[in-house]
Design a protein around this ligand. Structure first.
Ligand code: G4P
Length: 525
């Protein structure tokens, strides 16, 4: 194995930031990019939201709504590591792409607003990370404002998320009285809002501030010391092994807006964050990033219409092993077709540039003219294989969809088929009437669907919302009778002809389960 390649691969750290909208994901991302020298001015990333940033390349919808429809990828170098941040849309209209992005990372950073604690979207995204068993690092943000008590936040983290937490540092005061953080890991106190020389204060062998300092006589300092003693005695033990397995989350406190604690977080995080991890194939072979030798990767996202003038699509590939070089031959495992890759892009914020080389851990974009599907495996060598299927996520929103013009029925079905195959939306149909019902995890997916049907397939669609439903698949389909279907528990088929119940709400589902104890229901992720 080429030792330079190995060195390149183990320098990669690929992660996503998960959070509820407004927790501060954009602000932190921006600070990380500033440290990495990837951007020069604050406001570059945030500007995207407010429309100050160039949006010419982005989808019309994205411009109209001022949000990122699909996740982009940002890359920078820091202390010898090459960091890839995969952005997950922070808007409440997030989509399956957000979930799938988590399949392409090796760890996740969870940003929590100290005043709000764990919020709905964080919980959803967290569950996906936990299912994958990837390390999760927590950043509790906005300490410059009054928030919940730190101990309460740790308790909430453990109770709501069902994960053990280990505070790597601890706030001294909060809000207007925020003095700094007691850094348990680096054994120092980091002062809030102070000039550089005074930023770090040493602590002695007893864990006390080692120098005379006004902070020492404040009640905030004694409170923090009491809390830390409690954590030392009754808190979770520090275990790198458990962090690696995603069972223990290291917790960092800070304030992204004032750029406090972010650099300490980044530096500590980079020491722990996993290097590119092996992935498993459908026949249960492990593909090691280094050992496998040849290039391989999988497609976790397809972004359409980045450039409306060309109607092109970009397939995002997570490189699992080896090295990508522009001009190389690749084979798409699903079709067995080989092709030379001459057009490829990498992503930094919104600037796309051509990439000549990339290695395991990196994300590249391949120009797509309709060749790729989500979950596809691409390999560099002759021998093809398939990475494990990406999970399908249980949709929560449904619409009944028809073509406005019945004469366009052919294009309508063609468009739907392609968009469903691509993974943009989920397809269901009613049993006899075969009406088309589409499912999504976020409203935005419907809007993108409507936009693409019009622009790519020239079909205007009529979408009739049927509201949010709870979808459940059935283990023992043979025991299901059509008479079990009703307005509140509608029976439909998915794209693979599996039966699915769409329940109106939790209550309808429980009522059904009580009445039909023999029917075994299950949900996807
Ligand atoms: P998001 O990407 O997770 O949605 O959050 P974003 O970074 O956009 O932050 C949401 C709001 O919270 C922003 O304020 C931002 O300035 C603020 N914020 C982020 N980190 C901190 C922090 O550490 N302390 C405090 N006090 N505020 C923080 P906004 O008024 O909604 O937006 P803007 O006008 O500042 O752009």
């Amino acid at each position: 194995m080429n030792s330079n390649l190995e060195k390149d691969i183990v320098s990669r750290r690929t992660f996503a930031i998960i959070s509820h909208p407004d927790a501060g994901k954009t602000t932190i991302t921006e600070k990380l990019l500033l440290f990495g020298g990837a951007i020069r001015d604050a406001g570059t990333v945030k500007g995207k939201k407010t429309g100050k940033f160039a949006t010419s390349d982005w989808m019309e919808i994205e411009k109209q709504r001022g949000i990122s429809v699909t996740s982009s990828v940002m890359q920078f170098d820091y202390n010898g590591s090459r960091v890839n941040i995969l952005d997950t849309p922070g808007h409440q209209d997030f989509s399956e792409d957000t979930y799938r992005t988590l399949m392409a990372v090796d760890s996740a950073v969870m940003v929590v607003d100290a005043a709000k604690g764990i919020e709905a979207q964080t919980l959803k995204l967290f569950k996906v990370c936990k299912m994958r068993g990837i390390p999760i690092f927590t950043f509790i943000n906005k300490l410059d404002r009054q928030g919940k008590e730190p101990l309460e936040l740790i308790e909430e983290l453990e109770e709501v998320l069902g994960i053990h937490a280990y505070p790597m540092n601890w706030p001294i005061g909060m809000g207007k009285e925020f003095l700094g953080i007691y850094d348990r890991y680096n054994k120092r106190i980091e002062q809030f809002r102070t000039d550089e020389e005074e930023r770090f204060l040493p602590i002695d062998d007893n864990g006390e501030l080692a120098v005379e300092h006004p902070m020492k006589v404040t009640s905030y300092y004694s409170q923090a010391m009491d809390d830390i003693m409690l954590l030392d005695e009754a808190g979770n033990a520090y275990s790198e092994e458990k962090i690696r397995r995603g069972e223990l989350t290291p917790v960092f406190f800070g304030s992204a807006l004032t750029n406090f604690g972010v650099q300490t977080f980044l530096e500590t995080y980079l020491q722990f964050a996993p290097t590119p991890q092996p992935r498993i194939t459908e026949d249960e072979q492990f593909i090691d990033p280094v050992e496998h030798g040849e290039f391989s990767g999988f497609i976790f996202k397809i972004q359409a219409n980045m450039n409306p003038a060309h109607r092109d699509r970009i397939a995002f590939v997570r490189i699992v092993s080896g090295k990508f070089e522009r001009g190389m031959n690749m084979t798409l495992s699903r079709t067995g077709k080989s092709f030379k890759v001459t057009q490829s892009t990498q992503f930094l914020a919104d600037d796309r540039e051509t990439v000549d080389e990339a290695v395991a851990g990196d994300i590249i974009g391949l120009y797509d003219t309709g060749t790729y599907q989500i979950g596809d495996t691409v390999v560099g060598g002759k021998k093809t294989f398939h990475f494990e299927k990406l999970p399908q996520f249980t949709p929560e929103l449904f619409v009944r969809v028809t073509a406005k013009n019945v004469m366009k029925s052919k294009q309508f079905h063609k468009g739907i088929l392609q968009l469903v195959q691509e993974g943009a939306i989920q397809y269901y149909k009613t049993l006899h009437t075969e009406e088309v019902i589409l499912g999504a995890v976020g409203q935005l997916q419907f809007e993108v669907f409507e936009h693409r049907m019009k622009n790519e397939y020239n079909v205007e669609v009529k979408m009739e919302p049927i509201g949010s439903k709870i979808a459940r698949w059935i283990e023992n389909e043979e025991d299901v009778k059509e008479s079990m279907s009703s307005g509140r528990s509608m029976l439909v088929k998915d794209r693979f002809d599996n039966l699915v119940f769409l329940f109106e709400n939790e209550f309808a589902m429980r009522w059904f389960a009580d009445k039909n104890e023999n029917i075994k229901l299950y949900s996807l992720l």
